[in-house]
Design a binder for this molecule. Structure first.
Ligand SMILES: Nc1nc2c(ncn2[C@@H]2O[C@H](COP(=O)(O)OP(=O)(O)OP(=O)(O)O)[C@@H](O)[C@H]2O)c(=O)[nH]1
Ligand SMILES: [Mg+2]
Length: 244
């Protein structure tokens, strides 16, 4: 686990990876070119068979700053990866923690906008569902409907006010993660994103949204599965019903 422990990190970009060998190096370069002050990375790789973990280690060796690579033995889900990544970012002293996917669906070009938003907010959500935001224009009508109504349904079940409740591109002030308590988060898969939105709202955090257009991944494969969707719906409903 290469970690330049004598170096400081202000903004940590946390990226969970499973078989993202093609896109991860491109993402890192694009993020680096945004000239972010005190930039650091936390990559959480789940033993990707395509060697993403080793690629991340090689990038870490050359990176001038904090670049942590967590290697877990097998695929344990997006939610557990983020929990581990957030913990590592907090332990490294990060003031701002930003989560984003490795597949280039999230544009690094708006990272500085999210960072600016965090000057006056506890959570900054990159949003597909506010004015100026959207999804890949090449998506079929059906795919757009599933994404839109899936998000709408989860907002309804959870009573979430933020417009993009399933967003996977967002930033938190350090205090936000400390207040909501990472270790108490329950969802293992993609529903983790909505759980985070809910927990932040329940904790009274100030949440702002910044628009972006989500683009389909151009390489690698989606990890979304029927099981992950079921976990999300059941566990989120339970959390809401129990008002946990
Ligand atoms: N470490 C780890 N990373 C994961 C896991 N599942 C997904 N990821 C990563 O989480 C990010 C989002 O996963 P995607 O497969 O792109 O899922 P998505 O963006 O919700 O769905 P698509 O729109 O289909 O791409 C990517 O960087 C994945 O490599 C997991 O179990 N463990
Ligand atoms: Mg994706």
């Amino acid at each position: 686990m290469p970690n330049s422990s004598n170096k400081l990190v202000k903004t940590a970009i946390v990226v969970p990876t499973y078989n993202e060998a093609e896109t991860l190096p491109v993402l890192i370069e694009k993020v680096k070119s945004q000239q972010i002050e005190g930039l650091g990375f936390v990559i959480v790789d789940d033993g990707s068979p395509d060697g993403t973990g080793a690629i991340a280690d090689a990038i870490a060796e050359k990176f001038d700053g904090v670049f942590i690579v967590l290697h877990r033995q097998n695929k344990q889900g997006l939610g557990t990866a983020y929990r581990a990544g957030f913990r590592a970012a907090l332990d490294a002293g990060a003031e701002l923690i930003i989560e984003m996917d490795a597949d280039l669906s999230h544009p690094p070009e708006i990272l500085n906008n999210l960072i600016s938003e965090l000057e006056n907010a506890d959570v900054a959500v990159a949003s597909r569902y506010i004015y100026g935001g959207g999804v890949d224009p090449d998506w079929s009508w059906g795919r757009k409907q599933i994404s839109y109504w899936g998000n709408f349904g989860i907002r309804l079940i959870m009573g979430i006010k933020v417009r993009d409740a399933t967003a996977g591109f967002k930033g938190f002030r350090r205090k936000t993660l400390e207040v909501i308590g990472i270790d108490g988060l329950k969802l293992k898969g993609f529903g983790f994103q909505a759980e985070m939105a809910y927990r932040c709202q329940q904790a009274g955090m100030k949440i702002v949204e910044y628009p972006y257009v989500f683009m389909e991944r151009t390489a690698g494969k989606s990890k979304m599965s029927f099981g992950i969707v079921i976990e999300s719906l059941l566990r989120l409903t339970l959390i809401r019903l129990k008002r946990q």
